[in-house]
Design a protein around this ligand. Structure first.
Ligand SMILES: Nc1nc2c(ncn2[C@@H]2O[C@H](COP(=O)(O)O)[C@@H](O)[C@H]2O)c(=O)[nH]1
Ligand SMILES: [Mn+2]
Length: 460
């Protein structure tokens, strides 16, 4: 007769797990589990065994077919995850797109509908920045019983942070752009110590670098405070701020590749499974890495701008106004669903401040979530696919934008693909969210210097 692997989880402390092998024909499975659990967790008091969802396994019961995990308790009630809902072969949830005037590509809606038809999907919402991805759409939030890693995508932990730099800007955009040097080279500070502050280990050379694609560090002026932000009284008209958009620099891609290399192109990790726990541990570390990276980029930019011998502008303490990861999954406590966000900003806990960038040549916004929608747009969203931005382009676009800002980008392809025209109209995207009661635009930001990459940086 065969046997099966069974993961035992301590009901009182889910981080304590142990895997045992149980013969398929064992008729004393309850006693075996408790014997092994008492031994492995060194507790004679263990007396009850629960199946996923909290059904108790009795002394005379066999293990139901397909059981891979049980929770062992000293008598207290079950604390594990809820039972998954019935598998739905029938109705997929309706797809909602939170947009009135924003351009929405039909392919993106088709992609959302395909996602809604996947097993165990409960809620599918497109934001006004919704646009097609290579397989799954970008600009959406998807709630499911378990986790589909491919719906979070490869740049786990990518996000946008906003920092306050100075009460007002003194130098011209060109002068500030010239000061942003060395940002693509490894940071020479104590990388281990920096990562330790985020509960991470390592000495990663790419820590503190922006990366390629549409990642950027952008100096911006406060063009207008549309509504006062009481939590940040320094945020006044004319203040100099920094927007940083960057992710986990290849770490998220490795985590996704590990999942898809097992055979399935869109693997599903069931609630309560050890596979899901393992994925979430790595995912959470990538999210923290992204945050550590954005903070270090901000620290480096500030060091470039306010050098010690520059008496004209005194370096204020770096103040973080907002930091939101838009590629991540979280377990929602209210209904135990896993909310996947691929290019969507979580808007809870309220009151949340959320940066919403437009493009290198348009305004960006700081939004306040109103608490009515759990997710918001994470930017303007692409209007045209990257490949289309090369059509009819005979020359590289100018490095000075229509708003008078400077672009530091010595990569011709990026200069073309990231043109402001590649993106939807940010004003419409923001207005849609305001009219639908999702968010309020608090601060309007004017780009001053958009830093992408200097020559030969070779960023991923
Ligand atoms: N202010 C700027 N915004 C930009 C720039 N390049 C892109 N963008 C916006 O950021 C989001 C990020 O999208 P993601 O899906 O890659 O995370 C994008 O939708 C644009 O609206 C820029 O240089 N400056
Ligand atoms: Mn991003």
């Amino acid at each position: 007769m065969g046997s099966r692997a069974l993961t035992l989880t301590l009901n009182a402390n889910h981080s304590k797990k142990s895997t045992i092998i149980v013969p398929l024909d064992a008729d004393d499975v309850h006693a075996r589990i408790l014997r092994e659990a008492r031994n492995k967790f060194r507790s004679k008091a263990l007396s009850r065994v629960y199946l996923l969802g909290g059904i108790e396994l009795n002394v005379e019961d066999d293990l139901p077919f397909g059981t891979t995990q049980v929770w062992v308790s000293k008598g207290e009630d079950y604390t594990g995850p809820p039972a998954p809902g019935p598998s739905r072969l029938d109705a997929a949830p309706a797809v909602r797109v939170m947009a009135r005037q924003s351009y929405i590509d039909a392919l993106a809606v088709k992609q959302l509908e395909a996602v809604a038809a996947l097993p165990d999907i409960r809620e599918v919402v497109g934001m006004p920045d919704l646009h097609p991805g290579s397989r799954f759409p970008i600009g959406c939030a998807i709630a499911a019983d378990g986790v589909y890693p491919a719906l979070v995508g490869s740049d786990i932990g990518c996000g946008i942070a906003l920092y306050f730099l100075a009460a007002r800007r003194k130098a011209t955009p060109a002068r500030l752009a010239a000061r942003l040097v060395g940002l693509d080279a490894p940071w020479t500070g104590d990388r281990r110590a920096w990562l330790a502050r985020y509960d991470l280990e390592g000495d990663d050379e790419d820590l503190g670098t922006v990366g390629a694609g549409n990642h950027f560090a952008e100096l911006c002026d406060v063009e207008a405070v549309l509504h006062p932000v009481p939590a940040h009284p320094l945020l006044n008209d004319g203040a100099l701020c920094l927007l940083v958009h960057s992710g986990s620099r290849g770490r998220g891609a490795a985590i996704l590749a590990e999942q898809t290399s097992k055979g399935a192109s869109n693997p599903y990790l069931s609630p309560g499974s050890p596979e899901l726990d393992a994925y979430l541990a790595k995912h959470d570390a990538a999210v923290r890495w992204g945050r550590a990276n954005r903070d270090l980029i901000a620290h480096r930019v500030r060091a470039c701008l306010f050098s010690d011998d520059d008496q004209e502008e005194q370096a204020p303490d770096l103040q973080k106004l907002a930091d939101v990861s838009h590629n991540a999954v979280e377990r929602r406590a209210s209904d135990n669903l896993y909310v996947h966000r691929k290019g969507a900003a979580p808007s809870l806990p309220s009151p949340a401040l959320i940066p919403c960038p437009g493009s290198r040549g348009t305004f960006s916004y700081l939004l306040a979530a109103t608490g009515t929608s759990p997710s918001l747009a994470h930017g303007a969203g692409r209007r045209h696919p990257r490949a289309n931005m090369h059509e009819g382009a005979s020359s590289v676009p100018t490095r000075t934008t229509a708003l008078g800002s400077e672009v530091v980008c010595e990569d011709r392809v990026l200069m073309l693909e990231e043109r402001p025209e590649a993106y939807k109209d940010i004003e419409t995207v923001v207005r849609d969210m305001e009219e639908l009661g999702m968010a309020r635009a608090m601060v309007k930001l004017r780009p001053v210097v958009s830093y992408k990459i200097r020559e030969g940086a070779g960023a991923k």
